[in-house]
Design a protein around this ligand. Structure first.
Ligand SMILES: [Zn+2]
Length: 239
């Protein structure tokens, strides 16, 4: 009757494997740039036209906002800023400048916390409090959403789907990992950008000087290759 004693061990081991596999699958889904369980997710647009969207995550922050706005103004480029509600509340003047310059503003949550394993009520509050801050800038357009660190699983996409909001991801992200130099950031963008790309940059905070330095050469060189810069909404409208 030895098996009677061994069976629970086998069942427990199988159960553990199932749980681990499920955890790995869910972790991968939560990090996916191209898939979520509910609603519409866009990470690039299928087009043969040489249009791309420059998108900036986080802030607004005094360390980077003005320099980014100046560069965009000099280059006559409209971009999309995924802003954090908490930062907007701290720096409403910067939010107004971004809106007044005619850029698109997206929602990047209020506290920039990982939106996985959170309650639906937390999701609603994070998004709605940030929407309110975005409207206070004077911005009137559609407010698309980008999850902090690209993380989403159940409650977040479900909320967005119910409210007919799009999740905007990206297909080019030169400065998300490590500490690349401005030249590496520029090169990565030039290597990976295709018609319809959504380029993610983090130029806002003090530590992101290399990204800010890369911005102008990125715009100039993609421009030389025939690319035109549009907001996320304009990119989506052109599909
Ligand atoms: Zn972010």
């Amino acid at each position: 009757m030895k098996w009677l004693r061994r069976k629970p061990t086998i069942i427990t081991a199988t159960g553990l494997v199932v749980v681990l596999v499920a955890a790995v699958v869910l972790w991968n889904v939560s990090s996916s740039r191209t898939f979520q369980f509910f609603g519409e997710l866009v990470h690039r647009v299928d087009t043969t036209e040489k249009v791309v969207a420059l998108t900036f995550d986080d802030g607004p922050d005094p360390a980077g906002a003005q320099q980014v706005l100046d560069t965009l103004d000099e280059e006559q480029v409209k971009a999309t800023f995924f802003l954090v509600g908490r930062d907007l509340e701290k720096h409403p003047d910067l939010g107004r400048k971004i809106a007044q310059a005619g850029h698109e503003i997206g929602n990047h949550t209020y506290n920039h916390q990982r939106m996985v394993g959170v309650l639906p009520s937390t999701v609603a509050k994070e998004i709605e409090d940030t929407d309110a801050q975005i409207r206070r800038t004077g911005y009137r357009g559609d407010i698309h959403f980008r999850p902090p660190n690209g993380k989403k699983l159940f409650a977040l996409p479900h909320y967005l789907s119910e409210h007919h909001r799009k999740t905007i991801m990206w297909d080019v992200e030169p400065d998300s990992a490590g500490t690349p130099t401005a030249q590496q950031i520029e090169q990565d963008v030039l290597d990976r950008t295709k018609p319809g790309s959504i380029i993610l940059l983090h130029p806002m905070y003090q530590s992101r000087d290399q990204t800010r330095q890369a911005l102008k050469p990125i715009i100039t060189k993609l421009g030389e290759r025939g690319f035109r810069f549009v907001t996320v909404s304009a990119l989506l409208a052109g599909r």
